[in-house]
Ligand binder design. Structure first.
Ligand SMILES: Nc1ncnc2c1ncn2[C@@H]1O[C@H](COP(=O)(O)OP(=O)(O)OP(=O)(O)O)[C@@H](O)[C@H]1O
Ligand SMILES: [Mg+2]
Length: 216
């Protein structure tokens, strides 16, 4: 893949569930190092589109290229390699409720690497810090965290493997405006400071991180 190739290319996506046509020829591209937000009302197909991009749900028609891989034509080995290069924060956070926050963040590291326990511990601490959580958050269970902290924990897990691309599904829904603004800043800093490419979907009008830094 050339350096100029988009990180995400969605081409002519059609999605139908029975008689319900959710997407009818959706095409767009996300360039490396950018933050792109797709805004749309509830039920317009944002979550479905993200699932199609990361290889969880096959579109009815159309093509998805992610980091140069044709997602729906790739073999299992290629997809496995691809999964190490992107992170996904699901709409519901999807933390494992029986694991501590630190154990949650360690899951991708244990699944995809053979790092020592000490290295995993150090990386987990780094990810928690990058996601803006205090060090003691790692020992807590997800149920012991506030909604905003749970979102940050989900981000810490999504960036565990230092992904090139991060997909965020409604990252600030359910947060109060102040917490949401802090979260917007976190996402902006992932792009500006770590060089992550971010594609987020939201139904929140006026999300301030989208095109400009938040006014404080
Ligand atoms: N597995 C499925 N089977 C059938 N229909 C589905 C399935 N998943 C989603 N849909 C339908 O696809 C449409 C889009 O759903 P989706 O979850 O992508 O919406 P959304 O834009 O993410 O909404 P929200 O803002 O509420 O999260 C809805 O009409 C939904 O009912
Ligand atoms: Mg959704």
């Amino acid at each position: 893949m050339s350096a100029a190739a988009p990180v995400v290319e969605v081409d002519g996506i059609v999605t139908r569930f029975g008689a319900n046509t959710v997407h009818d020829g959706v095409s767009f591209a996300v360039e490396r190092g950018t933050l792109v937000a797709l805004i749309g009302g509830s039920g317009t197909g944002k979550s479905v589109l993200l699932r199609e991009i990361i290889g969880l749900l096959r579109p009815t028609a159309g093509r998805v290229r992610l980091l140069g891989t044709d997602v729906w034509a790739a073999g299992e080995a290629e997809l496995r390699a691809l999964r190490q290069r992107f992170g996904m924060m699901f709409q519901d956070g999807a933390l494992f409720s029986s694991l501590t926050v630190a154990q949650n963040v360690a899951v991708p590291l244990r699944e995809h690497t053979r790092l020592s326990e000490a290295t995993i511990d150090a990386l987990v601490a780094l990810r928690l810090r990058q996601a803006g959580l205090p060090p003691d958050a790692g020992a807590k269970m997800p149920s012991e965290l506030s909604g905003g902290m749970r979102k940050r924990a989900a981000v810490a897990r999504a960036i565990a493997l230092e992904p090139e691309v991060l997909f965020l599904d409604e990252p600030t829904s359910g947060l109060d405006p102040i917490t949401a603004r802090g979260f917007d800043r976190l996402v902006r800093s992932l792009v500006d400071d770590l060089g992550v490419t971010v594609l987020l979907v939201t139904s929140r009008a006026g999300a301030c991180s989208l095109t400009a830094p938040c006014a404080t």
